[in-house]
Ligand binder design. Structure first.
Ligand SMILES: *Cc1c(COP(=O)(O)O)cnc(C)c1O
Length: 666
């Protein structure tokens, strides 16, 4: 970190002056990071300026996330650390069921709700086991989208009356296994998603002499919006078009199996941010449902799929990272639309099924990581040029001096122009390297001065919008975007990110995050905002470490600053299993925390990958590797290239590393 010098110091003095008048409050942090918008009722800030977690929402106590992380570090659970709060998972299941129960009561719906969790959203064993346990009293079931997921669901689900919805591509074995699962007391519903699956199901039924429970996935014409918008419509990957549905009904009728067809399913995509789209879909699906019943199918269930959105940015809008409706609105609309459609045609109402993934799993996990170092653009005040200096440099200095509220926009263009010209002249050999360095420092000084003015304005002219980005610090953080937030890299998904402490202190830096991988895509440079997104995140400068008393044996830390912890929230859906081993950064440590009357308890610890483990994924054997290094060391010793002491240290480090976490330790 460079020393803040004069200009920056001046800016900070101005800050501090105003800070004296008005101290930064936790309310300001709440507003800045929008924690109430996306975090309620689970996350908030306490008087100490730390993030707190209330895993049981308003029904239970809360714990200090910063202190929890420190306590876990003492137990050798280093960062990055994924913390799962099983109480939040339970609360999400309760909430979803309560919303449907309320809607059913409110509209006197003469049927029930029986939700399922789509396994693909997070297949971790501890989570699925918790989910099944928490869901028991609501007969909450599971949805499988592949053969391996079916294996999980068949073995884990043991709730009488809960549904086991079987989606995805199927082969004979899949269909047979699912059909036979009825014999174990399961209610497996085989959802026909491809035209060929109809024959396969008929064949399996004949072979086994067991009648399956069948569903049909319809391709609706209602299109989702945003990223997953193409899960519906005629070109969608899954589902039967209306003519194919009619054919399927006929085939089942001919096979005398029309009574097996009991469920209609659709899924128009994830994170449906607009309630209007949800309404359109349920309206269309209700009509298909009613028609199927009239055609003689033994209809019992209407499965509305996933799509119930999470408000990642807390804006409560139909922006793709948000949603313009509540869970209650969602349940109400589904219940009322289905009821009306059925009543009108005098068809008994179905049991309602939904497959909410994100809405159940996103909130329960928090990824905490530390900042390793920063690279700041901290401009200093350059000395005034002398008359012998290049004219362009003198011009740039004049520009710097002239910057004021009245001309800052023009001054910005001038500064850019002079800088470009200087670089171009440098290319022709007319400007020396030291002069170019002075020019660049001068340019940063101009930008800093202009930015200070821009930040005071209500309106930022378009051409100055990039200034924050240009002047942003880079915070190097101890995690891999590819492993822990793959959707942030792959589809620009936004997750709320904020410091978990020092929230009673003004965050004076503006930064983007760079991860540990040596991939230039390994970064986070889009953050949630009330309107659209922002390109820099407000963070605190790193505090230098208190000097250690010299006589104490110090465990030399990697960083020369106090720990600074950030957390990424709402990332419990999809990220874990889609995370990849880019640069061989492995799974992070994960812990399951449960609230107790006295505080909390650690229910499970899932240690992150060691280097030996990630290396074995790419077929390296640690013993082999060590042997190779040992031999080379031996050779180097023979050749007098290395001392015995160095050789010992090298081998020791090599062996030790292999058994360690793939991330940096601080
Ligand atoms: C992915 C998926 C879901 C889950 O969607 P969410 O938006 O996470 O609720 C549900 N059903 C099917 C068929 C899916 O493919």
């Amino acid at each position: 970190m460079t020393e803040p010098s004069i200009v920056a110091a001046n800016l900070e003095i101005e800050h501090n002056d105003s800070a004296l008048v008005k101290r930064w409050t936790i309310e300001q942090s709440e507003e800045l990071y929008r924690i109430q918008g996306w975090g309620e009722p689970y996350f908030s800030i306490n008087a100490a300026g730390h993030v707190t977690v209330s895993p049981q929402a308003d029904r239970g106590g809360s714990l200090d996330l910063y202190e929890l992380v420190n306590a876990l570090k003492q137990r050798n659970l280093g960062l990055p650390l994924l913390i799962r709060f099983s109480d939040i998972l339970e609360d999400r299941i309760e909430r979803l069921n309560a919303c449907f129960a309320k809607a059913i009561a409110r509209y006197s719906y003469p049927g029930a709700y029986r939700g399922v969790f789509p396994t693909k959203c997070n297949q971790q064993r501890h989570l699925i086991e918790d989910l099944v346990r928490f869901g028991k009293r609501h007969q909450f079931g599971l949805e499988a989208g592949s053969k391996p997921e079916l294996m999980i669901a068949l073995a884990t689900l043991d709730t009488p009356g809960a549904l086991l919805v079987c989606n995805g591509y199927k082969d004979h074995e899949y269909i047979e296994t699912a059909t036979l699962a009825q014999r174990l007391g399961h209610i497996p519903i085989i959802v026909l998603e491809q035209a060929e699956e109809v024959e396969m199901a008929i064949e399996a039924a004949r072979k086994l002499g067991v009648k399956p429970i069948l569903g049909i996935r319809a391709k609706l014409s209602t299109k989702g919006v945003g990223r997953w918008g193409n899960s519906a419509g005629d070109r969608a990957k899954f589902g039967l078009k209306i003519p194919e549905i009619i054919q399927a009904v006929e085939k089942l009728r001919q096979a005398d199996m029309l009574d097996c067809l009991q469920l209609l399913h659709y899924h128009i995509g994830s994170q449906i941010s607009a309630i209007s789209v949800i309404k359109d879909a349920i309206r269309e699906a209700s009509q298909i449902y009613v028609e199927l019943a009239r055609l003689g199918a033994n209809m019992q269930y209407l499965d509305v799929g996933g799509g119930l959105a999470v408000d990642y940015d807390g804006s409560k809008t139909n922006f793709y990272a948000s949603k313009n409706y509540s869970m209650q609105n969602y349940a109400n609309d589904i219940v009322v639309e289905v009821k009306e459609a059925c009543e009108e045609r005098q068809i008994p109402v179905p049991t309602l099924v939904s497959e909410s993934g994100q809405a159940i799993a996103a909130h329960q996990s928090v990824l905490v990581f530390d900042v390793l170092s920063t690279s700041d653009v901290l401009p200093d005040l350059p000395e005034p040029p002398s008359p012998q200096d290049p004219l362009l440099l003198r011009n740039l200095y004049e520009t710097y001096e002239s910057i004021s509220v009245d001309n800052y926009q023009e001054a910005y263009h001038d500064a850019n122009q002079f800088k470009e010209e200087i670089i171009s002249k440098f290319g022709f050999g007319y400007i020396s390297l030291p002069d170019r360095a002075r020019a660049e420092r001068l340019y940063w000084a101009c930008c800093a001065k202009i930015l200070a003015i821009v930040r005071q304005q209500d309106y930022v002219p378009d051409d100055l919008e990039d200034l924050e980005k240009i002047m942003a610090s880079i915070y190097y953080v101890n995690f891999s975007v590819f492993q822990s937030a793959p959707d942030s890299w792959a589809i620009d998904q936004l997750f709320p990110i904020m410091p978990i402490h020092r929230l009673d202190e003004e965050p004076t830096r503006r930064a983007t995050l760079a991860d540990l991988t040596c991939d230039s895509d390994g970064k986070v440079d889009q953050f949630i905002d009330l309107r659209d997104i922002k390109y820099v995140l407000e963070l605190h400068p790193l505090n230098p470490l208190e000097p250690q008393p010299p006589d104490q044996p110090v465990n030399q830390p990697v960083n020369q600053h106090e720990p600074y912890y950030l957390a990424m929230f709402l990332n419990g859906a999809y990220q874990e299993v889609m995370g990849n081993l880019h640069n061989l950064f492995g799974d992070t440590n994960a812990v399951h925390i449960k609230l107790t009357p006295k505080g909390y308890q650690i229910e499970h610890v899932v240690k992150g990958d060691t280097m030996t483990e990630v290396l074995s994924y790419v077929q390296y054997d640690s013993e082999d590797l060590i042997e190779k290094i040992r031999r080379r060391t031996e050779q180097a010793l023979q050749d007098n290239q290395i001392t015995l002491q160095e050789a010992r240290l090298l081998l020791q480090n090599y062996e030790h590393s292999l058994s360690r976490y793939t991330y940096l330790s601080s």
